[in-house]
Design a protein around this ligand. Structure first.
Ligand code: V4E
Length: 236
C-alpha cells in the first residue's frame, strides 16, 4: 500500500514554460473518466474516504496522518491519503466503515447487516467480478460524481528522488495542477513533504493558499447539499 502526498496549485498560462525551465519531462497525456461512490447520507466522504472507479479500476483513498510538515504552508497545502487498489480489500474496508456507522446509529435492520457482512467477507467476489454493481447495491452505494479529465503528466528528477506533476483539465471546465509523491507504507513522509515544498518553490508557488480540486468545484456546482455537509465537517 502507498500513501499519496499531494499539493494542488493553480494552473496558469505560464505553467508549461515554468515546468520546462526547471527540467520537467513530459511523460504522457491521458484522458480518463472517474465515478465516485458514497451512501445517500454521505457516510464515506464525511469520514474523508473517497471510493472511485477510474476506467474500470477501483481505488479507495483513506485519510493518512503521519509525519510533521516542514512548515505551516506545507501542512495546510499538502494532503496525505493511503491508497487501496485491491477490490477485495476495498470491499472489506468500505463494509467496515458502513457497518460501524450503522451500528452507531442503529440505522440498519438484520437483513441489511447480513448483506454488509457478505460484502465484507468477499463472499460474492465471483459475482462481483461479473457484475460490478452487486456489491455497490448491497452496501447501498450510489454514484455522486462523474467527470472526465484530460491529464498531462511530468516528472522532475532530483537528487532526493523523482517528483510528479500532473496538469488536469476536467470536462466541466476546471483546471488544476498537482505536485505528487508516492510514499511506500512506513516510508519517509517528511522527506516527501520536503520534496514537494522544494518543487513548489522552484515553480514560484510558495505563497499560494489552499487550491480547490476537481471534486471541490464539482460538488459546489452540481451537489450543493453534499458540498455543504462536507464543508461543515471540514472535509473540504
Ligand atoms: C481525496 C479527495 C478526493 C479524491 C480525488 O482526489 P484527487 O487526488 O484530488 O483527484 P485526482 O483525480 O488527482 O486523483 P489521482 O489521479 O491523484 O489519484 S476528492 C476530495 N478529496 C479530499 C481532498 C481535500 N479535502 N483537499 C484537497 C486539497 N484535495 C483533496
Amino acid at each position: 500500500m502507498t500513501v499519496e502526498v499531494e499539493r494542488k496549485f493553480v494552473c496558469d498560462a505560464e505553467i508549461i514554460g515554468k515546468l520546462q525551465d526547471i527540467g520537467a519531462k513530459c511523460i504522457g497525456q491521458w484522458q480518463f473518466r472517474d465515478q465516485y461512490f458514497d451512501s445517500p447520507n454521505f457516510i464515506l466522504t464525511l469520514k474523508n474516504f473517497w471510493l472511485r472507479c477510474r476506467e474500470g479500476l477501483w481505488e479507495l483513498k483513506c485519510p493518512a496522518v503521519s509525519g510533521t510538515a516542514p512548515d505551516n504552508d506545507t501542512e495546510t497545502l499538502c494532503t496525505r491519503y493511503r491508497e487501496i487498489t485491491s477490490l477485495p480489500l476495498i470491499q472489506s474496508e468500505v463494509s467496515r466503515i458502513i457497518r460501524e456507522h450503522t451500528a452507531e446509529g442503529s440505522e440498519s435492520n438484520s437483513s441489511q447487516r447480513e448483506q454488509i457482512d457478505k460484502v465484507a467477507e468477499n463472499e460474492d467476489t465471483e459475482i462481483c467480478s461479473a457484475d460490478d454493481t452487486k456489491w455497490l447495491n448491497d452496501l447501498n452505494l450510489v454514484c455522486f460524481a462523474e467527470f472526465k479529465t484530460e491529464r498531462c503528466s511530468y516528472t522532475l528528477e532530483r537528487e532526493t528522488g523523482a517528483v510528479r506533476v500532473d496538469l488536469d483539465q476536467a470536462d466541466f471546465g476546471h483546471c488544476v495542477g498537482e505536485i505528487e509523491v508516492l510514499v511506500p507504507e512506513g516510508g519517509d513522509m517528511n522527506a516527501a513533504l520536503q520534496r514537494i515544498s522544494a518543487i513548489a518553490v522552484e515553480l514560484g508557488l510558495s505563497c499560494e493558499k489552499k487550491v480547490k480540486g476537481k471534486m471541490h468545484v464539482y460538488l459546489q456546482r452540481y451537489r450543493p447539499e453534499h458540498y455543504e455537509e462536507l464543508l461543515s465537517a471540514q472535509i473540504l
